[in-house]
Ligand binder design. Structure first.
Ligand SMILES: NC(=O)c1ccc[n+]([C@@H]2O[C@H](COP(=O)([O-])OP(=O)(O)OC[C@H]3O[C@@H](n4cnc5c(N)ncnc54)[C@H](OP(=O)(O)O)[C@@H]3O)[C@@H](O)[C@H]2O)c1
Length: 278
């Protein structure tokens, strides 16, 4: 039986790298989802064929559209769902307000939750049809939610992004426990800084002191395979970023002071500039 893998946000960055990585596995049928159809079609052609669903995942009909495509083109089979599509905008809450929180929640939390709701019956039916003894362990039926280390440590100007990823992580842990008995594994991936179109992090690679903080999308793709078909609970990229999450629990005041450092500097510089009449 072919392994059917659906990746959201496959038109660039981590999703595109994951599609390329999965295509190297034998006998995988890919379903590529994002808004930019021409990018998805070019990738599908390059990878020797894939199903393309060009859709805005925040649209009301998107989950049903994806499900109908799977039923039509893959007989309703689905082995791997990678909820990867996501976006970040920056801004202080006092400036960007609830509207910014809402748009982050819509794409980073609501969209994966609604898509999962629509596709969970297919994942469970696929898992039920795979005899456990015959199933290769590295080809589990699985959901991978791509969160962020921002789901463990919040930084100024990214509160809404962090809130949406915290929500994704909290929901994923419960979903894991709920689906365990149904043969559907739920894994999490928490990347740090990764150089992509939507997250250019231009200032970090430019400086030798911070260049080492930035990972490539291919590393995250490997982590997605480990957290999905590989059955791991969660993977940080790079791995040692779990230290930041642990420190946030053990020494919250320290982490707050460290993350606030940048904000205080920015605020001080802004006040100095305004005092100087800039
Ligand atoms: N790069 C990082 O530093 C970093 C760190 C931690 C976590 N992450 C997470 O990794 C995931 C992938 O991000 P990336 O770094 O690969 O960024 P990216 O290159 O900007 O990719 C984002 C993908 O999401 C898709 N997308 C965005 N809004 C969409 C919508 N409304 N409907 C359907 N698709 C949508 C985009 O495709 P279209 O524009 O074609 O729709 C694109 O394929 C995100 O969830 C992000 O939060 C990234």
């Amino acid at each position: 039986m072919s392994y059917v893998a659906l990746i959201t946000g496959a038109s660039s960055g981590i999703g595109e790298a994951t599609a390329r990585r999965l295509a190297r596995e034998g006998d995988v049928r890919l379903v590529l989802v994002a808004r930019r159809e021409e990018k998805l079609r070019a990738l599908a052609a390059e990878l020797g064929g894939a199903t393309v669903v060009a859709v805005d995942l925040t649209a009301a009909q998107a989950p049903a559209q994806v499900r109908e495509t799977l039923e039509r083109e893959h007989a309703g089979q689905l082995h791997l769902l990678v909820n990867n599509a996501g976006t970040a905008w920056r801004g202080r809450f006092e400036d960007v307000g609830w509207a910014d929180l809402e748009r982050h929640m819509r794409i980073n939390f609501e969209a994966p939750a609604r898509l999962t709701e629509a596709l969970l019956p297919l994942l469970r039916a696929t898992a039920a049809a795979v005899p456990a003894a015959a199933e290769k362990p590295h080809r589990r039926v699985a959901i991978v939610n791509v969160a962020s280390t921002a789901a463990r440590v919040s930084r100024p100007n990214s509160g809404a992004y962090s809130a949406s990823k915290f929500a994704l992580v909290g929901w994923s842990d419960a979903l894991y426990a709920e689906q365990l008995g149904h043969g559907v594994h739920v894994g999490l991936v928490l990347p740090g800084f990764v150089r992509t179109e939507g997250f250019p992090a231009a200032e970090l690679p430019a400086r030798p002191q911070t260049r080492w903080l930035v990972s490539e999308p291919e590393r995250v793709a490997e982590a997605i395979l480990e957290a999905g078909p590989g059955g791991k609970a969660e993977r940080y990229v790079p791995r040692w970023y779990w230290l930041a999450a642990a420190l946030r629990l053990l020494a919250p005041a320290l982490v707050r002071r460290a993350t606030a450092g940048g904000a205080l500097t920015t605020t001080t510089k802004a006040s100095e500039a305004s005092l100087a009449g800039d």
